[in-house]
Design a protein around this ligand. Sequence first.
Ligand SMILES: [Zn+2]
Length: 396
Amino acid sequence: MPTAPIAVTVPIPALTIAPARVTRGWGAIAQAGAELARLGKRPLIIGGDRSLAALLPPLQPILEQIGAKSTAANYLPDCCESSLERLRVAAKSHRADYMIGTGGGKALDAAKLVAHQLKIPIATIPSSGATCAAWTALSNVYSESGAFLYDVTLDRCPDLLILDYQLVLTAPTRTLVAGIGDAIAKWYEAAISSGRSEQTTIVAAVQSARVLRDLLLQKSAEAIAQPGGPLWQEVVDASVLMAGVIGGLGGAQCRTVAAHAIHNGLTHISASHGTLHGEKVALGILAQLRLEEMIQGSQLAAAARAQLLSFYEAIGLPRCLEDLGLGQMTLQDLKQAAELACHERSDIHHLPFPVSADQVMAALVSTLAPCRSSFSPDGGPIAAAPIYTGEEVTQP
Ligand SMILES: [Zn+2]
């Protein structure tokens, strides 16, 4: 007779899969009064210059209608220790009983982290499609000048997410393009870190990441050409919501790999500071594929890179350091970024082979190298290109 495994005493991590409630639609903010009233009466609204200017006009009348006393605070210069300290003081002096975060990534991360530290609820209202930060139980903390320092796992996903397409439409198209870059990274990283897992929820996360990638490869160019159109709306859902679902379902085991590690390294170069998270991550995907090509001789990675290069060109994601405005960076800066990407506890070490800073440098400067592949980037529609599986490929 089969016996049940003996209960183990090691801590069992909880999954934080999704916000408690998600409301979305055109004009969703105007209808969010009852949802917001559940959370409290004294919200502190955290955002950046652009997101606060776009959010407050539609939001304030709603807060007044439900009798809420709100005040707003800016998270700038960054989601950094000094801003977090200032925001905690602002929350306490307002006697805030919940938080509203608005922005693309960093402002949401700051609002979520302050709510987590003060143990009060939070509603997130993404003002662009740049990341899935409105969904996730994770905040990245940076230096005042924008260098990535560490991430913090939060107790739970936001209590409420309000996705109002009207607000997202006010953001520059470039932010959604960056969100697409961040979202497709889910597949290229999850396939490596968890592609061989047999755990049901992780299999679901990895396969969803593949579906997300296919959906974005097929719909993004048309979506960007028609902001506010039906396909645009689907791509916003993909970048803001579905990317979040994958992170939640995959949990701590469905880790990022080289693309985000390289992003983290690049944030330490001051010349990268005008660029968006998803733009650096997108370049990181190409560099990750280059590492698989150079170190493992992976033909599949070369074919995937060819496919992505033509996709990036179609939608305006950076294909090389020059596109990211880093063409003039010094060798020393490049070396520093690569060394940071390879630090001892970096997620880059989830690659199935050892990798050195020299190899990361070589990968970063050769993202446009000819793809030694039988699949031409111009050889047909993107959807017809081979499926990159992340599986190890033997040297020919
Ligand atoms: Zn990301």
